[in-house]
Write a protein that binds this ligand. Structure first.
Ligand SMILES: Cc1ncc(COP(=O)(O)O)c(C=O)c1O
Length: 361
């Protein structure tokens, strides 16, 4: 079997052991004579998987008793609306730090269902760096401050989270959730579509500070109210059972690999390798991102011309590496190197980059 080195931004590469476990368990799962795809979400077998996935997240993140894991649907995009719907009170407003198109979309949704304002924007600088603490114009009366911890398209990432004082902090961590240890208990709400770092598409993980629900708005449609999912532990209606099962497999793998500390060591080695290639071959590859804001998950770069970029992507594909084209809105190239991308895959890419530069200078 030949596996492609998969640099897609999401859905993205998954750990082989997580896939092989699913393959082995599909015909007959835990002696049930059927697969998890066919099992009732009310069965005791599914219940064990559902809670194991929640427990693994609780352990990996060291969540306190006031923080709960939820598994929701609708992608991170639905969270853009659900967060303000639930937590911006009538007449109130929330602050958004704008670091790219995903945070702009989050603010747009906030202004449809409630009211949001930009507390800072990186737009004048082309979103090439994360605004520093001193650049934030925070409203002390805001319902929350929303950040996007990693900007999948622009290749920027927060290395230190902002201090928002007494105002709740909310983060879209879709593209860097679990890439390293961090204090998740500092956040009132975290959300992440699973399809980049923790599983397949179809499930969105939410980490919610339960006591915040006391301040949530009433009169929200049942499925859009966090309280519904919190009260029923994400089993109010049929959850995306197979996606959650795969998240469980990925989290077991992550734990077996040494948890978040070990994940950070691997991720830093991979990112440093690629950023090192840019430094070494600065006359050929250019990273547009400010060094202090560079992402360890989505590494974006440019070549001397768009023609060379096209050639680079095509030749990389022929050499067994897919997904290196930059997002259509910005062009260029992008290597997404999430937790499941082994160092070996990045070494193969780095070697290819050196050979390509030598042959096309
Ligand atoms: C940072 C970020 N937020 C939100 C989204 C939207 O996620 P979804 O497609 O799950 O709605 C994406 C998708 O790539 C993303 O990268």
């Amino acid at each position: 079997m030949t596996r492609t080195w998969n640099f897609y931004a999401g859905p993205a590469t998954l750990p082989l052991p997580a896939l092989e476990r699913a393959k082995a368990e599909i015909p007959d799962w835990e002696g049930t004579g059927m697969s998890v795809l066919e099992t009732s979400h009310r069965s005791k077998e599914y219940d064990a998987v559902h809670h194991r996935a929640m427990d693994l997240l609780t352990e990996l993140l060291g969540l306190d008793d006031d923080h709960q894991v939820l598994f929701l649907q609708g992608g991170a995009s639905l969270q853009f609306a659900m967060v303000p719907m639930n937590f911006v009170p009538k007449g109130g407003s929330a602050d958004y730090v704008i670091t790219g198109s995903w945070s702009s979309k989050a603010l747009k949704e906030a202004n449809i269902v409630a009211r949001g304002r930009a507390a800072a924007t990186g737009e004048p600088g082309g979103f090439t760096r994360i605004p520093g603490q001193g650049e934030l114009e925070l409203d002390p009366a805001a319902a929350y401050v929303h950040i996007t911890s990693n900007n999948t398209i622009k290749g920027t990432q927060y290395h230190d989270f902002p201090d928002t004082g007494a105002v709740p902090l909310v983060a879209d961590m879709s593209s860097d959730f679990l890439w390293r240890p961090f204090d998740a208990n500092r956040f009132h709400l975290i959300y992440a579509g699973a399809q980049k770092n923790i599983g397949p598409s179809g499930v969105t993980v939410v980490i919610l500070k339960k006591s915040w629900l006391e301040q949530a708005n009433d009169g929200i449609p049942t499925m859009l109210a966090y309280k519904t999912h919190s009260d029923k532990e994400s089993l109010y209606n049929t959850p995306p059972t197979f996606a959650i099962y795969m998240v469980r497999n990925v989290l077991e793998w992550l734990s077996d690999q040494g948890g978040l500390e070990a994940a950070e060591r691997r991720n830093r080695a991979k990112g440093d390798l690629l950023y090192g290639v840019f430094a070494e071959l600065a006359d050929f590859y250019r990273c547009p991102v400010d060094p202090g804001s560079r992402s360890y998950m989505n590494v974006v770069f440019r070549l001397p011309s768009e023609e060379l970029e096209k050639k680079f992507v095509a030749e990389a594909l022929a050499a067994g590496m897919c997904g290196l084209k930059g997002h259509r809105s910005v062009g260029g190239c992008r290597a997404s190197i999430y937790n499941a991308m082994p160092l070996e895959g990045v070494e193969v890419l780095a070697d290819f980059m050196r050979r390509f530069a030598a042959a096309n200078r």
